[in-house]
Design a protein around this ligand. Structure first.
Ligand SMILES: [Zn+2]
Length: 179
């Protein structure tokens, strides 16, 4: 079970130890993400592996950094054939932690940063946000889509949907001959 928050005290401890946390997170804990995915036949209980690495860069006033890696085998709907496809999110990013009481300054503008509130770091939301924003805009099978054999009915439909384009081609031809 993924902690919803990492409290500030625990967070400071993790940073000072430059700790690394590795966790398996079930997709059932990430409902907002789950709604954007489709089930895969090959995966019974989808989960992601999360690796968090806390770093404390040297130098006075330099904010701590959290390296986030998330991967797994998730399902998206291919926008070409509308069938499920395997998607490996491959999230690999670094976020500067803006600790409570520290106002944002220009050093935060250069990099992605995340605000730590008095309650702590919203861990679940962070992981879910990273995954949601990693979803490709128009996912498609990288290789060719599986060929779906058309039934007779679908072929007939296919024929009729092509007719307007035949008409359009004729129009374009006419237009060209006038020039
Ligand atoms: Zn496809």
């Amino acid at each position: 079970m993924l902690a919803e928050y990492i409290g500030v005290a625990q967070l400071n401890d993790l940073i000072s130890r430059q700790a690394e946390l590795v966790e398996k997170v079930s997709l059932s804990e990430l409902q907002r993400l789950l709604q954007l995915l489709v089930p895969l036949d090959s995966v019974d209980e989808p989960e992601v592996s999360v690796c968090l690495k806390f770093r404390c860069p040297e130098g006075a006033g330099v904010p701590p950094v959290l390296a986030v890696k998330i991967d797994g085998e998730l399902g998206l709907e291919c926008q070409r054939c509308l069938r499920p496809m395997v998607w490996s999110p491959g999230v690999d990013t670094e976020l500067v932690l803006q600790m409570p009481g520290r106002s944002p300054d220009e050093s935060y503008d250069q990099v992605d940063h995340i605000e730590v509130t008095e309650q702590g770091l919203e861990l679940r939301e962070l992981i879910e946000d990273e995954l949601v924003s990693a979803i490709p805009f128009s996912p498609r099978h990288s290789e060719q889509c599986e060929v779906v054999s058309l039934t007779v009915e679908e072929e007939a439909e296919d024929e009729s949907t092509h007719k307007p384009f035949t008409g359009l081609a004729d129009l374009l031809k006419d237009g060209q001959s006038e020039n």
